[in-house]
Design a protein around this ligand. Structure first.
Ligand SMILES: Cc1cc2nc3c(=O)[nH]c(=O)nc-3n(C[C@H](O)[C@H](O)[C@H](O)COP(=O)(O)OP(=O)(O)OC[C@H]3O[C@@H](n4cnc5c(N)ncnc54)[C@H](O)[C@@H]3O)c2cc1C
Length: 416
């Protein structure tokens, strides 16, 4: 091993970075704390700017096998009355689709590709990073395993892609403490359900204190059902529980009563909740933007650098954009200091804006506005929120999150 780039964390972002660096001909070793990889999580969305990166890695056909090309996004009030709808992906004029995908299936597909392209010997499961030490021309990183035996590995750089509970971030920022709870709980699940709104539409109904989100993550099966990813969200201001366990399973009776009369003419939400297989409880949380990501030979990336509320479908997409920018900078003939500075100067402010915008509901603020101005519902949305106001909110968020159609398409031939 000749001082490879070390990646800690084989979540979606660490794996995409490994594929990008391999494509550049770099030596890469990737380390993951988990011993046995498993397809954990439920649905996520990949926006067109990040899909461009994935297609350039020749993953289009693999994605199409496990994801849905989402074509529209609709917002409703808690009575099922439409506030706003917009096309998404190809129908919106992007050169790339938007995908709705099971997070665990996406991670397993990427892991298989990394193993296949880089070679099994460069993927190290059951390696949990505990510390590192900088030397003159390398960084020495120590991992433990379930058997408890520490092992040190040398590399030219360490990229920490360890998610919201990153150990590297904890060591760099010991005063930071736990993720910040946002006052709402998300219950996430999947159900087999009748397709709605054409079968490729994501919808959200309600407002910031009580909301239901659903989108298909599969096509129709032999019984004409789709696998639906859904999130029921409710304001619970005074929670003191531990936040940020993605895998805490609960019963639906913790929240189903709040949605018992949300049976609209076009979708039956109580039935979707009742049909769930497993339901996971996830307190909405994020962390404050950091003043600095790079320290000597290491830098943060993805959720380790900028965990954000799952609003606006940005978590995984922004991490993939981080990976692309970092790979582009690593591919240039420049010092590691300049590489990390250029990466951070672009990606840190961009992602900090999204973290802060998501705290104010991002594009979903149209639902809150409709609720505040017409709590008992409306006949005509134009009498509640003007078309211009709705258009401005949608356009502003696309600008903040970097996925305005023109900007994405102007960049779409990028490759390295
Ligand atoms: C189990 C799980 C389930 C999730 N489910 C959802 C979901 O349903 N919906 C949603 O919107 N988002 C979910 N997320 C978060 C989502 O994956 C991220 O927001 C986004 O994809 C960015 O990914 P990431 O690779 O930066 O971080 P993550 O996906 O969090 O991946 C980080 C990886 O680093 C590993 N790791 C952590 N610490 C260490 C260490 N010290 N040494 C080595 N490896 C380490 C973790 O085991 C994990 O595999 C989930 C995350 C996890 C870990």
């Amino acid at each position: 091993m000749n001082n490879p780039i070390l990646i800690s964390g084989a979540g979606p972002v660490g794996l995409v970075l490994a594929l990008l660096l391999y494509k550049q001909g770099r030596e890469v070793e990737i380390f993951e704390a988990v011993k046995e990889p498993a397809p954990l999580g439920v649905g996520i969305n990949l926006l067109p700017h990040s899909v461009c990166v994935l297609h350039n890695l020749d993953l289009e056909s693999k994605l199409d096998q496990i994801a849905i090309r989402t074509e529209a996004l609709h917002y409703y009030n808690r009575f099922g009355q439409k506030i706003w709808d917009e096309p998404r992906g190809l129908p919106a004029g992007y050169d790339y689709p938007q995908y709705s995908i099971h997070r665990g299936h996406f991670q397993m597909m990427l892991l298989e590709e990394v193993r296949h392209r880089l070679g099994e010997e460069h993927v190290h499961m059951d390696h949990s990073l505990i510390s590192w030490q900088e030397e003159n021309d390398h960084i020495s990183v120590t991992f433990t395993s379930a058997s408890g035996k520490p092992k040190s590995v040398n590399g030219c750089a360490l990229i920490a892609a360890e998610g919201i509970n990153s150990s590297v971030r904890k060591i760099l920022y010991p005063e930071e403490g736990k993720p910040i709870y946002g006052g709402r709980i998300l219950w996430r699940g999947t159900s087999l359900a009748d397709p709605f709104l054409g079968g490729k539409t994501m919808f959200m109904a309600g407002h910031q204190d009580l909301k239901f989100v659903a989108y298909p993550i599969s096509g129709v099966d032999n019984n004409n059902k789709v696998l639906l990813n859904w999130i029921a969200e409710k304001s619970v201001p005074d929670l003191h529980a531990e936040v940020q366990d993605w895998n805490k399973q609960v019963d639906t009776d913790k929240f189903s009563d709040a949605f018992s009369d949300w049976n609209f003419s076009w979708v039956d939400i109580p039935n979707i909740i009742a049909s769930a297989n497993k339901v996971y409880e996830f307190p909405l949380s994020d962390r404050d933007p950091l003043p600095k990501w790079a320290f000597g030979r290491l830098t943060l990336i993805g959720d380790a650098a900028h965990p954000m509320y799952p609003i606006g479908s940005n978590g995984a997409s922004q991490g993939i954009l981080d990976a692309e920018k970092l790979a582009i900078e690593l591919g240039k003939n420049q010092s590691l200091f300049d590489t990390f500075s250029n990466y951070e100067n672009e990606r840190r402010p961009a992602t900090a804006s999204i973290v802060l915008s998501n705290r104010k509901n991002g594009p979903e603020q149209v639902m809150q506005l409709a609720h505040e101005r017409a709590p008992e519902g409306f006949i005509n949305i134009d009498q509640v929120i003007s078309r211009t106001e709705l258009e401005d909110i949608a356009a502003m968020y696309k600008q903040t999150a970097g996925f305005k159609v023109d900007a994405v398409n102007a960049n779409s031939s990028r490759d390295f």
